[in-house]
Design a protein around this ligand. Structure first.
Ligand code: XMP
Length: 513
């Protein structure tokens, strides 16, 4: 890949991936690297510019992350954001101090004034809201720097040494709350670093296909296809590159949504590849019979999935490459500190131990989720597959509370399909990030016609979230909920009561199990 490169040097801030995504949205390729990466290694990557991210530390403390000061004599433009700005100031002879109560400690939306003769702000309004989050401030600006942005509390919200191509901002241009923040990043890329903007998905698609062909040669590739966005796009990319040399194994565990397995199969019909669909509903249901504990259900499905895949792989024999749909956030986050396990997520990460292969192929390793979707469109995958909401690996098994039977799965499938159909019809799918139905284990008394019923309660869940780590319940209009409720109790046998889940995460999780 011969793209212009921006390096995002990571100092542990919470918006690091967002910075990288914004840069790519501006048409410039970038990679996130730890601040500890040796300078020689960074130089070998030959970037056209560097962005220092924010971070939780204070630069004046001994153990604070630092950079090799030689980075400032290299001649590459640098933009420092928040901690990155303070680090630049501190290293180049300025002074950074803890903000006093009544001075420049700022959090949240702040009116900021910009010097629009500075390249960073050229063509933008002189005033706007910026998103601040800093407890330290620059008491003294380093020699050579000019003040190019200020707020009521802080005289140096932005600094610049235009001769050397160094810029620093105390606020976060990458978050949506900062007005024209993306335009400022674009100015850094195009006006300061003189980027040409050669990062497009069409180009990535072309060059990656060529690279895969070269790497794979006459070899054979095996991919476990789950039907999720990542593995589907990886499959389409590989199919386009190596066609019949690719075998996709799609394990249908019988706990997919209505018509989903057929849709996945149909999506791959245009490609000449080896597509193996394993209908394993019976064996999964048998293994799950009587099990009510959520984590056990997950384990059973994860283990059975591997077993089925392994059996298929044995039939195929040795392969040269095992392909996986790993994406860039997984790469950036791997090696991050251990967080408490709330739910053990099932994926196919454990497969390599079980399959005879020589090398791993991860063609989406450098892409963010929205880029993966774009690539899927580029490859001609249908929109319903490319833009689908997350669906957990264990599928409906964790949306049927208590023990799982085929009847319950069929009931839930139908109700869930009606729910999703009505949400789309009302245009609410644009505002909601994930929505699905849950078959609770509670039965209650109802009345239908002249008769008594004793049927299941269905819960509807819908959340808005940007990262699925925290979430709010979606405010679906009452009329829409009313239509959904009316249709489900009339059309789905076995359900006589509908409830709407109005809990955020935390304290609840998005899924019920
Ligand atoms: P929770 O329920 O933990 O879910 O708030 C956060 C996101 O993760 C999805 N999820 C899973 N995905 N395997 C998966 O692949 C799982 O076992 C699993 N459990 C939850 C969930 O749908 C939501 O998007």
């Amino acid at each position: 890949m011969n793209h212009e490169l921006i390096l995002v040097l990571d100092f542990g801030g919470q918006y690091n991936q967002l910075i990288a995504r914004r840069v790519r949205e501006c048409g410039v390729y970038c990679e996130v690297k730890s601040y500890q990466t040796p300078l020689a290694q960074l130089k070998a990557m030959d970037p056209i510019g560097i962005i220092f991210t924010g971070g939780p530390n204070s630069v004046y403390l001994d153990q604070a992350p630092k950079v090799d000061p030689e980075i400032f004599t290299w001649g590459v433009p640098i933009l420092g954001i928040c901690y990155g700005c303070q680090l630049m100031a501190h290293t180049l002879g300025g002074q950074v101090s803890p903000a006093q109560e009544d001075t420049a400690r700022e959090y949240g939306k702040t009116v900021t004034y910009y010097d629009t003769t500075c390249k960073l702000f050229q063509g933008l309004p002189q005033e706007g809201i910026s998103w601040m989050s800093h407890g330290d401030y620059m008491a003294k600006v380093p020699p050579g720097f000019a003040l190019v942005g200020h707020t009521a509390m802080c005289p140096n919200a932005a600094i610049a040494d235009e001769a050397r191509g160094f810029y620093g901002v105390q606020y976060h241009p990458e978050v949506n709350h900062t007005q024209h923040g993306t335009d400022m990043l674009r100015n850094f890329l195009y006006a300061v670093c003189r980027a040409k903007g050669d990062w497009t998905m069409a180009d990535y698609c072309r060059t990656t296909i060529a690279a895969i062909r070269e790497k794979v040669g006459n070899g054979r590739v095996l991919l476990a296809l789950s039907g999720g966005v990542d593995s589907s796009v990886a499959a389409a990319l590989l199919a386009e590159a190596v066609g019949k040399q690719l075998t996709c194994v799609f394990v249908d565990h019988g706990l997919m949504r209505l018509n989903e397995a057929d849709e996945v199969e149909a999506a791959f019909a245009p490609w000449d590849l080896n597509f193996i669909r394993v209908d394993a509903e019976t064996r999964f249901l048998l293994k799950l019979a009587g099990e009510t504990e959520p984590e056990r259900k997950r384990k059973i499905i994860g283990e059975e999935f591997i077993r089925v895949f392994e059996e298929e792989a044995k039939k195929i024999g040795a392969v040269d490459f095992l392909a996986q749909g790993t994406i860039y956030p997984d790469v950036i986050e791997s090696g991050a500190g251990e967080a408490a396990v709330i739910k053990s997520h099932h994926n196919v990460g454990g497969l390599p131990d079980y399959v005879d292969f020589k090398e791993i192929l991860e063609p989406l390793r450098m892409l963010f989720k929205d880029e993966v979707r774009q690539l899927g469109r580029e490859l001609g995958l249908p929109e319903y597959l490319v833009s689908r909401q997350p669906f957990p690996g264990p599928g409906l098994a964790i949306r049927i509370i208590g023990d799982i039977t085929k009847e319950k799965a069929d009931t839930l499938r139908l109700a869930d399909a009606i729910y999703r159909e009505e949400i789309v019809k009302a245009g609410e799918d644009k505002n909601i990030n994930q929505y699905f139905a849950v078959l609770t284990n509670t039965r209650s008394v109802g009345v239908m016609g002249d008769g008594r019923t004793y049927d299941y309660t269905l819960a509807l869940r819908a959340v808005t979230t940007s990262d699925f780590m925290t979430a709010d319940w979606a405010r679906i209009p009452y009329e829409v909920l009313d239509t959904i409720s009316g249709r489900i109790v009339n059309e789905v046998q076995g359900i006589n009561r509908i409830v709407y889940d109005i809990t955020s995460k935390p304290p609840a999780t998005i899924e019920w199990e």
